[in-house]
Design a binder for this molecule. Structure first.
Ligand code: NAP
Length: 331
């Protein structure tokens, strides 16, 4: 079979939002498969804030993407040819497919996914962002009934699932998001309070709404909102550091929260985590999340852009806040 792969490779490291000129979309003929290989046709890309960090030359939890390398990206694809006994033609697989239309893999790092729900839903609530929400809130945050939980990036893929699990666990939930539309959607999801941080002053709003204090803060964004929450935490509060999207695209490291002493005064803890460390327990999360989905306890929405040529533009949507729900790109 003679096939051409279209792929985005890195040409220069971006400053701020990415630009098309940081990348090149090239075409290459696909080689023949070796014994043990599978040929995957990419169907959907999961567009994730962490990809912006991989474009910088700073070592992280995964190595930076190198110049002339294909852009690393999670997603789902279809096995269209297999010389590997663990995969058959037609299997839907999930893993690092990359910003490309096709790839050859020995199958390591790819899982066959049963097609029980639409693919975008599986990439969202049952994908890595849903699993992140599950373990971050339940394992690190340890919510108890009646506690007050604040979630930033609350209308996004991770935040919206966190907020709704916290409601399932009987907590008083305050979501922080940018703009009227996103805040309105969060009210429909059943949150107790919503703060529009783009049109109000979060510190003041938290003082009013969380007057009895905050027990858990699930932080997706870092920056000034982290500082605003720290002013209002209760004794023994847990600050779950999931992400810091407000810093991923900036040139200089920001000055951290000025009020870290609030952790001392309140005997509180702040803990970061990575979903990668929970892979051996992923089935537990997927089982619980599926149950809540089927029971209608978790609302979700996906923002689906289309076309391999739109990869760079789609990544930027996460940083401008244009994405309404889990950002996905259909290839
Ligand atoms: N630790 C882990 O293992 C792990 C795994 C997955 C994701 N994460 C992290 O979780 C966070 C959310 O990721 P996601 O994939 O679910 O994305 P998302 O929340 O669906 O989309 C990103 C959202 O971030 C908000 N945002 C962008 N710039 C901001 C700023 N300067 N200040 C405040 N909010 C800003 C925007 O919402 P508004 O319009 O409301 O501003 C945007 O819609 C990210 O920080 C990501 O790195 C961590």
């Amino acid at each position: 079979m003679s096939l051409t792969n279209k792929m985005w490779i890195l040409k220069t490291r971006p400053k701020g939002l990415v630009e098309a000129s940081n990348f090149e979309l090239i075409e290459e003929a696909m080689p023949e498969l070796n014994e043990g290989d599978i040929l995957i046709q990419t169907e959907y890309l999961s567009v994730d804030p962490t990809q912006r960090m991989w474009l910088t030359d700073v070592p992280g939890y995964l190595p930076p993407i190198q110049i002339d390398e294909v852009i690393r990206s999670g997603g789902m694809g279809r096995v269209i040819q297999s010389k590997n006994p663990n995969f058959k033609e037609g299997d839907l697989v999930s893993g690092f497919v990359g910003w490309q239309t096709h790839l050859i893999s020995d199958g390591k790092g790819f899982r066959v996914i049963p097609e029980l729900l639409p693919i975008p839903t599986m990439l969202n609530v049952l994908g890595l962002t849903g699993v992140t929400a599950y373990f971050g809130l339940l394992d690190i945050g340890e919510p108890k009934e009646g506690e007050t939980v604040v979630v930033s990036g609350a209308s996004g893929a991770t935040g919206s699932v966190v907020a709704q699990i916290a409601k399932i666990k009987g907590c008083n939930v305050i979501g922080i998001a940018g703009g009227e539309e996103k805040c309105g959607w969060l009210e429909d999801c059943g949150l107790d309070h919503v703060i529009d941080y783009k049109n109000t002053e979060a510190t003041k709003e938290l003082r009013k709404i969380a007057s009895a204090g905050i027990d858990i803060y699930f932080d997706n964004v870092g920056g000034p909102l982290l500082e605003a929450v720290l002013y209002q935490i209760n004794q023994k509060a847990r600050i779950v550091i999931c992400g810091s999207i407000s810093n991923y695209a900036s040139e200089d490291l920001p000055v951290g929260p000025r009020n870290l002493s609030s952790l001392i005064i309140n005997r509180a803890k702040m803990e970061g985590f990575l979903v990668l460390d929970y892979f051996d327990r992923i089935d537990e999360a997927i089982q619980e999340l599926s149950k809540w989905l089927m029971e209608g306890k978790i609302k979700h929405r996906e923002d689906i852009q289309e076309g391999i040529e739109n990869c760079p533009k789609t990544l930027n949507r996460l940083f401008t806040g244009e994405n309404k729900g889990k950002q996905i790109l259909k290839i």
